[in-house]
Design a binder for this molecule. Structure first.
Ligand code: HEC
Ligand code: HEC
Length: 490
């Protein structure tokens, strides 16, 4: 059920056969997505890994895999007690992974979980698609951000499961290699379960984890830091995007591939192991160049979209650019423009991660030849809007459920919305383009509640403000809907 891949062999074929430039085609897109689907960087029993024993448990959850009665009984007796009652539904697989931690299943199993082997020990390796694939309007799309991934929740529960499994496994003889990998896995899950740094809501990933590595590796205690929670960005168009700067704020210098290694470093890889797979990361980032974004799957009113196009070129193009397509209808990717924070005024918390001390530690980090910063002045990219229909909830902190809501005056946007089943078709609002919003009654109920579940986006949480980007407060609804129609075509 678990698969391993070799991107190197394909890329060699590509370069030997002499593609000078990235050629967009459906065949290349399909190939590239298959490559990312199984990509992981576990190395030497380190990185984003699961304890070897736990892999056996997970294998029992993979559709089609045979489940041992022993493991099944163990799960019933022990793991269910880890979960609170809200989630004790008969289908443990769906409740435990898909819904609770924001993972997906496809025809090949649990998306982003692979097997790796070192020193004769097989363990679980988490791949990039755990975060870098997601669902929109019922379709699972590789390269779209995962709208429901809950890293903090997953890590804290995996950490408990690993401990239980460790205890249960005590009667087995485990080699020193097995034990070492088990310990590495447990350190990784404990690091990610940290509540100080961890995300508060599904679908948000805290960048503080990456910052933490720069302190750890240079022997400095991490001071109290902003969490810097962001949604996972789309990867199509990255070939051009990286030149303008990496991440939502352009902090990273994308001319090198070093920041692609950062997740693995935070997960416990050493600078040496990271350097060892530099080429593999480089090739992985080249794979993104072949991604095509997902076309809007429903009808578009072309006449209305044309009206919207004119509004867009007057009101939005100055920051978001223009959009042309090739003769084959493929997007022409371009570099996005970076906008100073005082102009866009969206939530500041992500930018608060960047302190002068952190910049200094980036300069002096042991991989500073490949991990450098580019922009440090506070600002966010006005993202390129290719297939923006699929990238809800909107803004870097995913604080706005639909395009219609984004176009409303900032104080009229809903302060709460649900992320439950956010990628399913029944949650997709075709008119307002994005997630459906709660009823007035539900909103009042959320308002009265002091602590809402992690599946409810609550703009009162730190780093969750939905203010700013208040550029269309005076636009008529008529124009808003025309603009939305045009945005479906991008
Ligand atoms: C835990 C979730 C998670 C995993 C796993 C993950 N990423 Fe990311 N990735 C993110 C988030 C969140 C961002 C955006 C950070 C920001 O904007 O501050 C991001 C950004 C990126 C970017 C920059 C995109 C841009 O627009 O500038 C690249 C490239 C990238 N990731 C590659 C990878 C690769 C390769 C892997 C596998 C080794 C990986 N990521 C694994 C969450 C993840
Ligand atoms: C002054 C520059 C500026 C103008 C004008 C502007 N935007 Fe933006 N836009 C931004 C910036 C900067 C962001 C990113 C803000 C963030 O993520 O916090 C953004 C974000 C967005 C997003 C969310 C993207 C995502 O990935 O979630 C959408 C959609 C969007 N803008 C659409 C529009 C439309 C439509 C218009 C015209 C009505 C418009 N913008 C006008 C600068 C601008």
């Amino acid at each position: 059920m678990f698969r391993r891949i070799s991107i190197i062999s394909f890329l060699l074929t590509v370069s030997l056969s002499g593609f000078a430039e990235t050629e967009l085609s459906h065949a290349n897109d399909e190939w590239a997505k298959e490559e990312l689907r199984f990509l992981h960087f576990a190395e030497d029993g380190r990185g984003m890994i699961l304890a070897p024993g736990l892999l056996e448990v997970l294998e029992t959850f993979i559709p089609g895999a045979s489940q041992s009665t022993e493991a099944s009984e163990f799960i019933q007796q022990n793991f269910l007690s880890v979960f609170d009652s809200e989630f004790r539904v008969p289908n443990f697989v769906e409740a435990g992974f898909a819904k609770r931690w924001g993972l997906y299943f496809d025809k090949d199993g649990l998306v982003g979980f692979n097997a790796a082997e070192d020193n004769g020990v097989t363990y679980g390796a988490m791949g990039c698609v755990v975060c870098h694939s997601g669902k929109a309007a019922g379709e699972h799309i590789i390269g779209l951000g995962n709208k429901n991934i809950d890293v903090q929740k997953m890590a804290s529960e995996v950490s408990k499961m690993e401990k239980l499994w460790w205890r249960w496994n005590n009667f087995r003889t485990r080699s020193p290699e097995f034990k070492e990998i088990e310990e590495n896995a447990m350190k990784f899950s404990e690091y990610l379960s940290d509540e100080e740094m961890g995300n508060l809501t599904q679908g948000l990933v805290p960048t503080a984890f990456i910052k933490g590595w720069f302190y750890r590796i240079q022997g400095r205690p991490l001071p109290k830091t902003a969490k810097g929670q962001v949604k996972v960005p789309q990867l199509w168009g990255y070939e051009k995007k990286r030149l303008a700067g990496q991440f939502c704020d352009g902090f990273g210098d994308g001319t090198e591939v070093g920041w692609g290694i950062a997740v693995e470093l935070a997960a416990g890889q050493t600078p040496e192991t990271a350097r060892g797979y530099y080429d593999k990361i480089k090739e992985a980032e080249e794979v993104f160049n072949y991604f095509l974004p997902p076309e809007y799957p429903f009808d578009i009113d072309e006449a209305r979209a044309e009206v919207g196009r004119q509004i867009f070129s007057k009101t939005c193009s100055g920051c978001h650019g223009t959009y042309e397509k090739t003769a084959d209808g493929f997007p022409i990717y371009k570099e996005p423009k970076r906008i100073p924070w005082h102009v866009v005024k969206t939530d500041f918390d992500r930018l608060a991660v960047g302190t002068p001390e952190f910049f200094e530690l980036v300069n002096s980090n042991p991989l500073n030849d490949i991990m450098k910063y580019k922009h440090t002045s506070p600002g966010y990219f006005a993202p390129r809007l290719d297939r923006i229909w699929s990238r809800f909830p909107y803004l870097h902190n995913a604080s706005i459920p639909s395009l219609y809501q984004l176009l409303l005056p900032e104080d009229e946007r809903v302060p709460f919305f649900s992320l439950k089943d956010s990628g399913e078709e029944h949650r997709f609002d075709r008119q307002k383009l994005g997630l459906s919003i709660p009823s007035v009654k539900q909103l009042a109920r959320f308002e009265r509640s002091k602590k809402l579940p992690r599946s409810i986006y609550d703009t009162r949480r730190i780093g969750h403000s939905n203010g700013g980007h208040n550029f269309t407060a005076n636009m008529s609804d008529e124009d808003r809907y025309s603009l939305i129609e045009y945005l479906k075509t991008l």
